[in-house]
Design a protein. Structure first.
Length: 209
């Protein structure tokens, strides 16, 4: 058994070695999808920007993440990052001040909007509460919320700040165009995806966690 999400960046790198050579060897400068009939990422260059050094002081680690991400964002490059856990999202979002006003699109089973957890302001339960406090963040659109881990207080406080919460059942019941109409114009946006985001409807007796 793997010890947890901290292994995700290395696992992604290992998996990418199976496909990274395809764009060059076929001469397409991209990746052809048979079902879509389309070559994706044609002419694009992807670079592994490495890891951020982690300090025993979590405040130092957050500052390093923001600094590292800002260097990439300021170049006009598209930043794609992977955890750890969702606590890395706040310092990453802090690097996007130049894109104000910013909408956060969150695909997640939970709101991650608690003010504090076990007395701490920065945990994987609170990154989007902290992000909503950044002056350049306009709103948060959470898609796929479900289960009982998000509190009533989180939900009410998120809505009171003008955020939008679309449940997993709403996604299953409605078509994409209808949901897109509710979301409206995004403007500049930051997308965050949690591994537990899912939109299927469970069969009788089946649990989604």
């Amino acid at each position: 058994m793997r010890p947890g999400c901290r292994q995700a960046p290395r696992a992604l790198r290992d998996a990418s070695t199976r496909f990274g050579w395809l764009g060059e060897s076929t001469g397409t400068k991209g990746f052809f999808d048979v079902e879509a009939g389309h070559t994706f990422l044609a002419g694009k260059r992807m670079v592994d920007a490495g890891d951020v050094d982690v300090s025993l002081d979590e405040g130092v680690t957050r500052a390093r993440i923001t600094q590292h991400a800002s260097k990439i964002v300021e170049r006009g490059s598209l930043l794609a990052s992977i955890g750890g856990d969702h606590s890395v999202s706040f310092p990453l979002i802090a690097a996007f001040e130049r894109y104000a006003p910013l909408t956060i699109v969150l695909f997640d089973a939970h709101l991650d909007y608690r003010d504090r957890f076990l007395g701490l302001e920065h945990t994987n339960n609170s990154p989007f509460r902290r992000a909503s406090e950044l002056p350049f963040v306009n709103r948060i659109v959470t898609i796929g919320a479900r289960g009982i881990k998000s509190t009533d207080l989180e939900y009410r406080e998120s809505l009171s700040r003008g955020n939008l919460v679309i449940t997993a059942n709403a996604v299953a019941d409605r078509n994409i165009d209808s949901i897109a109409t509710d979301i409206g114009e995004l403007g500049n946006y930051y997308v965050s995806l949690d591994i537990d985001g899912s939109f299927y409807r469970p069969r009788n007796g089946e649990s989604r966690g």
